[in-house]
Write a protein of this length. Structure first.
Length: 242
């Protein structure tokens, strides 16, 4: 991979982005940042491929970006739990800002909606409607990258990985991911769980694909988005390649 290319690990919050970031960050040729909002990724030195992990849409959006004038809204804890706050991305760079600066290789993580929505409601204490909005917007965002990358000179085809496939077949999935993004596979990537700074020791645990809630949230999701999700899963790198 060209060291001028920026890796962006993208997905919904609670969707598996952190373990993929830890795996890529364990690679000797990659320098990964975790939820960095100011563009510091462009100051990485040493010739390594630089990367950043951002959640969609609460941290990164297609063309919207964070403005410091929004900070006053964040002071109010009540507003932080309203949908308005979730329409404001935290990153000072939008995806299009990244693309304007140079080649971007998206690594997009998909996870089953009930697991994501349940985890957001329990861990982040957001309403089910906000959690469902985040998952839907993330799927739409990844679909937009998949469908429109050819219209942007610096936006490379996305590598799409399902969380479920990754935790069931981590080594094979990571090998296919490396091949897709033109990076030599490094066995050290399998040490990702021990390098997971955000959730220590959390990683390639197939038990995590078991339902975490008896509640089915799909009634909160549009049929079109669920169909888009299934369409994107066809591109899942964890699937055996034909």
């Amino acid at each position: 991979m060209d060291c001028n290319t920026t890796l962006l690990v993208l997905g919904a919050s609670r969707g598996g982005t952190t373990i993929v970031t830890a795996a890529l960050g364990s690679h000797p040729e990659v320098a990964m940042l975790d939820e960095e909002f100011t563009g510091a990724v462009y100051h990485v030195t040493g010739g390594k491929t630089r990367g950043n992990k951002l959640c969609v849409p609460n941290q990164l959006e297609w063309s919207k970006r964070y403005h410091r004038c929004y900070k006053i809204l964040g002071i109010n804890g009540f507003l932080r739990k309203r949908k308005l706050w979730n329409l404001i991305p935290r990153s000072e760079l939008s995806l299009m800002d990244y693309v304007a600066r140079g080649p971007v290789q998206p690594v997009c993580i998909l996870r089953e909606p009930n697991a994501v929505i349940s985890s957001i409601t329990q861990r982040e204490r957001r309403s089910a409607n906000i959690a469902a909005f985040r998952w839907q917007r993330c799927v739409e965002f990844i679909a937009q990258i998949h469908d429109q990358h050819g219209q942007h000179d610096n936006l490379l085809p996305p590598a799409i990985v399902s969380f479920e496939g990754l935790v069931q077949s981590p080594e094979e999935t990571l090998k296919r991911l490396c091949q897709f993004i033109n990076l030599p596979y490094a066995p050290a990537m399998m040490n990702a769980p021990s390098h997971n700074a955000r959730y220590a020791g959390s990683g390639f645990d197939a038990s995590k694909i078991q339902p975490s809630s008896a509640i089915n949230f799909e009634s909160l999701l549009s049929t079109a988005t669920l169909e888009t999700y299934q369409r994107l899963l066809v591109q899942d790198l964890s699937l055996p390649q034909s």
